[in-house]
Design a protein around this ligand. Structure first.
Ligand code: GRF
Length: 213
């Protein structure tokens, strides 16, 4: 089997990887990813998708001429029919890779299986500690000395996929969940662009190896 580096693979492709970013709220991580794509050119944001029409990040995306899609999950009877419309929208935009950035819907195996190795998420804890919600409160209550954030591959188990990269933050005496969340968010903005670039590089290497096998 031949081996390839992600960087050489990026150089071989004429077009950057077509990226969709999924959000549910303000989208501060989305902004850092979009900026990194513009600065570094390793991916092209071709779609900002939200499960909520009122996600503030959609407004920013529109102002910045990024294609958006709002698909309200509440209009569907079950998760899979929502995901089928999401999938159709991704196909319409020829999306190759997905970054979840504050996307607050659990995805079913129907969706995660077809995007395995092509979808990542950012989570505000040092995984495998504290998957799920209220991570900062749980870390403080447990008496942890440090918290942080992780970017991981998305699999069927919520916040269970392999960790790509992490950033650590010290927990101060008398810290509050909100104060800690703010400091962790700063590190998220530093971590996510770096981890996305690494994940896309790994994806491209795998893609080329599959072609060569
Ligand atoms: C971040 O803390 C992220 O780790 C979590 O949801 C929050 C989203 O924030 N999954 P933003 O919408 O990117 O500002």
């Amino acid at each position: 089997m031949r081996s390839f580096t992600g960087t050489s693979r990026m150089a071989e492709r004429e077009e950057p990887v077509r990226l969709a970013i999924f959000i549910s709220g303000r989208g501060s991580n989305m902004k850092t990813l979009v900026q990194a794509c513009l600065d570094e050119g390793f991916a092209k944001p071709v779609l900002i998708l939200s499960n909520s029409y009122s996600a503030a990040g959609l407004e920013w995306a529109t102002e910045n001429d990024l294609p958006i899609a709002a698909i309200d999950h509440r209009a569907y009877d079950d998760r899979e029919s929502f995901e089928k419309d999401v999938q159709d929208t991704l196909e319409l935009h020829n999306v190759e890779f997905i970054a979840l950035a504050g996307f607050m819907r659990v995805l079913t195996p129907w969706f995660t299986d077809q995007w395995e190795g092509r979808m990542i998420n950012i989570h505000p804890s040092l995984l495998p500690k504290y998957p799920g919600l209220h991570t900062h409160k749980r870390a403080i209550e447990a008496g942890d000395k440090e918290a942080g954030c992780s970017v991981h591959w998305v699999t069927a188990g919520v916040d269970e996929g392999a960790v790509i990269d992490q950033e650590r933050v010290e927990i101060m005496p008398n810290d509050t969940p909100d104060a800690l969340a703010e400091r962790v968010l700063e590190r998220e903005h530093f971590l996510y662009p770096r981890a996305l670039q690494k994940a896309i590089s790994d994806f491209l290497v795998r893609e080329l190896q599959n072609e060569a096998d």
